[in-house]
Design a protein around this ligand. Structure first.
Ligand code: FE2
Ligand code: FE2
Length: 193
């Protein structure tokens, strides 16, 4: 359903389950970045009313996720650590196509966001199945559902704006590229991607 071309390495959930403080810290910053990205789309494309309508509640939801992750840390007597360099997202940035109309550049950004949502969703699913902590398993299952909805929303908005056929062809290129990025990044338990 997500279309990802490379499933998560099965070793990842095991590693992540052994470094809960690090994985929750990294996850918290993923939610912060999702929030920040949605805010910057609102700032940069105010002419698209439908975008503002869709992203305003998303900002609240993603920031709510940040808060929920903080609560999971606190419950376990763990602390939010420092933000790391996000290799995955930095690599994806490089694939953003520049030039063209404002609509073209927005389509690219929507696909970029859709992809991060899709991969996050897949990772949450893998982690919810692999982690021993029952509460965390349920927590990640709930978030997986939410991020799947965001993936769909970003992809649908891109298709509506740029035309389905053209956008899905470009989406396929994004998926190919993302699989290459995943392959190039070490499997580490202290990060979501
Ligand atoms: Fe989220
Ligand atoms: Fe999301």
């Amino acid at each position: 359903m997500l279309g990802l071309k490379l499933p998560t390495d099965p070793r990842w959930a095991d590693l992540a389950g052994k470094s809960i403080e690090e994985i929750l810290t990294d996850h918290a910053y993923c939610e912060q970045k999702a929030t920040s990205t949605a805010i910057s789309l609102i700032q940069n494309y105010p002419e698209y009313e439908w975008l503002i309508e869709a992203l305003t509640p998303l900002v609240v939801e993603e920031w709510g996720h940040f808060k929920l992750v903080l609560e999971q840390l606190k419950k376990r007597g763990l602390k939010l650590g420092k933000q790391r360099k996000d290799e995955y997202v930095n690599q994806l940035y490089k694939f953003l196509r520049h030039g063209g109309s404002r609509a073209d550049s927005l389509v690219e950004k929507l696909l970029f966001s859709a992809l991060i949502e899709a991969r996050s969703c897949e990772r949450f699913k893998v982690f919810s199945k692999g982690v021993d902590d029952k509460e965390l398993a349920q927590f990640y299952k709930n978030l997986m559902v939410s991020e799947a909805g965001h993936y769909r929303m970003f992809l649908d908005m891109a298709c509506d704006l740029g035309g389905k056929e053209k956008v899905l062809a470009r989406w396929d290129e994004w998926l190919e590229y993302e699989a290459g990025v995943m392959r190039s990044i070490d499997v580490r338990g202290d990060r979501i991607h």
